[in-house]
Ligand binder design. Structure first.
Ligand code: FAD
Length: 289
């Protein structure tokens, strides 16, 4: 099933994002993670993708295939185009199709993934999206950035590019993580005023330790609200308390988002099923109302 059809049938759509093991890492531990996450009945699970053309692509295919074919849960395979040739992407797309994977999160990727490979045949995610769209075989998701993409000149400039990207064939959007819901609501208003009307699912990342959050803020440029900074300062030397506070903060964020009618929750659970369990259980009936 195409994921955008899930948004017509269900509200909210619940999904988890997982990542393949690091190079030479243990794929069995990822399979155990999937096994635990499946018990929480997500509507789909997404699998991230490393540098184009590396064996990470093969891992993404294998893991997404297991989700789809063994667990009968819809899989969203991420795919980046930076540094890739059309030929490489054709091979990967054929591989996805051969494994009955029907949904792709089409991304540009980051330039540090380039190493010495050159830019490749696609400059932006929108180029990849129109290429995949022409094949007429996949549901296509894309990324959006409530606070603007870190390279964008301004949020307005980024929204303009987002509009272009969506018109190339995007079926639904997944947001970058954010910690301030007001930023998301303002972004949503801007999107709707530009007639970007595809379903949007919000990316939520619970903070589990200070290092993790500092890295995320550096990569994404996400704003940290004052009340969030206070949590970091107060509990930074008490890992268990910080984790509890991080989960409580994410839950408060999600309750507010759900009561404001978001269409989906995409949880960045960092391959930690126990974190997913805590998040889902703490929402309880709210998730099904
Ligand atoms: P684009 O949509 O191409 O945008 C990139 C930048 O270019 C933006 O600043 C945009 O404003 C600008 N731009 C776009 N089109 C044009 C144009 N025509 N002219 C001028 N400027 C333009 N990375 C991975 O490597 N693997 C993953 O699995 C992965 N999963 C992700 C999942 C989610 C939900 C998100 C939010 C991000 C993910 N990323 C992943 C990170 C992503 O690859 C980076 O954020 C990357 O820097 C941008 O990708 P994009 O698809 O949003 O790019």
């Amino acid at each position: 099933m195409k994921i955008h059809q899930l948004f017509e049938q269900k509200n909210p759509v619940l999904s988890f994002e997982i990542f393949p093991p690091k190079r030479n890492g243990d794929v069995q531990s990822v399979y155990k993670t999937i096994d635990e996450l499946a018990k929480l009945s997500p509507d789909y699970m997404s699998v991230t993708y490393g540098a184009a053309g590396s064996e990470r692509g093969e891992e993404t295919v294998k893991i997404a295939s297991r989700i789809k074919n063994d667990y009968k849960i819809e899989a969203l395979a991420h795919l980046t185009c930076v540094g890739a040739t059309k030929h490489e992407l054709d091979q990967l797309l054929a591989d996805y199709a051969n494994h009955q994977i029907e949904n792709i999160l089409a991304l540009r990727g980051d330039y540090d993934a380039l190493s010495n490979r050159g830019i490749g045949d696609f400059k932006y995610a929108s180029d990849l999206i129109s290429y995949i769209k022409a094949k007429n075989a996949f549901g296509i998701g894309a990324a959006c950035y409530p606070e603007g993409h870190i390279e964008a000149r301004s949020l307005t400039a980024d929204l303009f590019q987002l509009k272009h990207k969506v018109t190339q064939g995007v079926d639904f959007l997944v947001t970058q993580l954010f910690f301030d819901n007001e930023k998301y609501y303002a972004f949503l208003n801007e999107m709707r005023s530009l007639d970007i009307n595809v379903p949007i699912t919000v990316g939520i990342m619970p903070v589990l330790n200070r290092k993790q959050i500092e890295r995320m803020v550096e990569l994404s440029g996400a704003n940290l609200p004052e009340k969030f900074k206070k949590i970091l300062v107060k509990y930074e030397h008490h890992p268990e308390a910080l984790e509890d506070a991080g989960i409580a903060y994410a839950c408060e964020q999600m309750v507010d988002l759900l009561s404001n009618g978001v269409q989906g929750l995409h949880l960045y659970v960092m391959n930690k099923p126990e974190v997913a369990k805590r998040l889902v259980n703490s929402l309880g009936h709210i998730l099904h109302t």
